[in-house]
Design a protein around this ligand. Structure first.
Ligand code: ADP
Ligand code: MG
Length: 295
């Protein structure tokens, strides 16, 4: 995580950023699926049982995720943990998962098996063996929460970057916004997108730039299609700007999985969001922009 702030003094900056980093660490201990004792992991272990009372952080992340799962027809799905695990292992061992394992993992995947109750603030996973994975949405939420923590400490001109997820508050002094360059497809002939000028907004880029494995000449991404159990292949980069990091992060992952036309439709129908999609196709590099991209 990287935090940039403008503050009245370096002491004020140090104290505020310390709290913001602490908040990020706290969210990691709630939302990480790498930590067996995280609240998320504990909830997964109670799958097949009754409702479980959960924290407001976990509830917020899961409700935004469930909304998007419905709107993306399951392209975004935080119950895809079993499938994501298989592909994580595939990247480590450099071997494709067997078809029967994918089938078994798909059996335990499905956002409709996750029920949230807003009144009781509970979650329930219907099938034993289900695994939640909020890797496609939690960093954006953590960036939002870090900005909020900074605001509470009196710092209103800040940038928080967690990998490819960036959230910003007010612009630096004398500027119209924070300049953010988009790391799009790093390929010869790929257009270099114009830098963005952002304030009180968030931007996320999802792609296969960092986490992938190449097997038999095919490049497999760490983003999977929860409907087929397959990792995405080929080269594509999706950038989404939204009011909040939780939305830009989740939408960038969702649109990566979706057919570009359908992804753009979803973005155009969602207030305050806009997207840039760059895909390598057989006939060269293709770019799609949502209606509001130029704004
Ligand atoms: P990054 O982690 O590079 O910022 P993303 O925000 O796109 O990229 O998140 C990718 C992560 O999201 C994966 O590592 C995995 O944990 C999770 N994930 C993969 N596919 C999906 C999906 N279809 N729906 C929801 N989460 C996913
Ligand atoms: Mg994401």
């Amino acid at each position: 995580a990287r935090i940039v702030v403008y503050a009245p003094s370096s002491e004020a900056a140090a104290a505020a950023t310390r709290s913001a980093f602490e908040r990020i660490r706290e969210l990691d201990s709630i939302l990480s699926d790498y930590q067996p004792e995280s609240e998320l992991s504990c909830l997964s272990r109670q799958s097949g049982g009754s409702q479980v009372k959960i924290s407001s952080d976990l509830f917020r992340v899961l409700s935004v995720a469930q909304n998007l799962a419905v709107r993306s027809h399951g392209a975004f799905d935080v119950t895809a943990g079993p499938v994501i695990r298989l592909w994580r292992r595939a990247r480590r061992q450099r071997a494709l998962p067997e078809a029967d394992r994918i089938a078994a993992a798909l059996d335990l995947t499905g956002f409709r098996w996750l029920t949230l109750d807003a009144k009781q603030q509970t979650a329930q996973l219907a099938k034993a063996g289900m695994l939640l994975d909020v890797g496609g949405i939690a960093k954006g939420y953590a960036a939002d929460e870090a900005l909020k923590t900074l605001k509470r400490a009196g710092i209103e001109q800040a940038l928080v970057a967690l990998g490819g997820d960036i959230a910003v508050s007010n612009p630096p002094p004398g500027r119209k916004g924070w300049t953010v360059e988009i790391a799009s497809l790093n390929l010869p002939g790929a257009p270099k997108p114009r830098p963005l000028l952002l304030h009180n907004a968030a931007v996320s880029t999802s792609g296969d730039a960092e986490q992938f494995v190449e097997l038999g000449g095919i490049r497999y991404s760490h983003i999977i299609d929860p409907r087929t159990g397959k990792a995405l292949t080929g080269r594509r980069s999706v950038t989404v700007v939204a009011a909040n990091g939780i939305d830009s992060d989740a939408f960038a992952t969702a649109v990566s999985v979706m057919d570009p036309q359908k992804g753009l439709k979803l973005i155009d129908a969602t207030r305050g969001t806009t997207a840039l999609i760059v895909v390598q196709t057989n006939s060269g590099i293709q770019t799609w922009k949502s209606k509001r991209w130029r704004e």
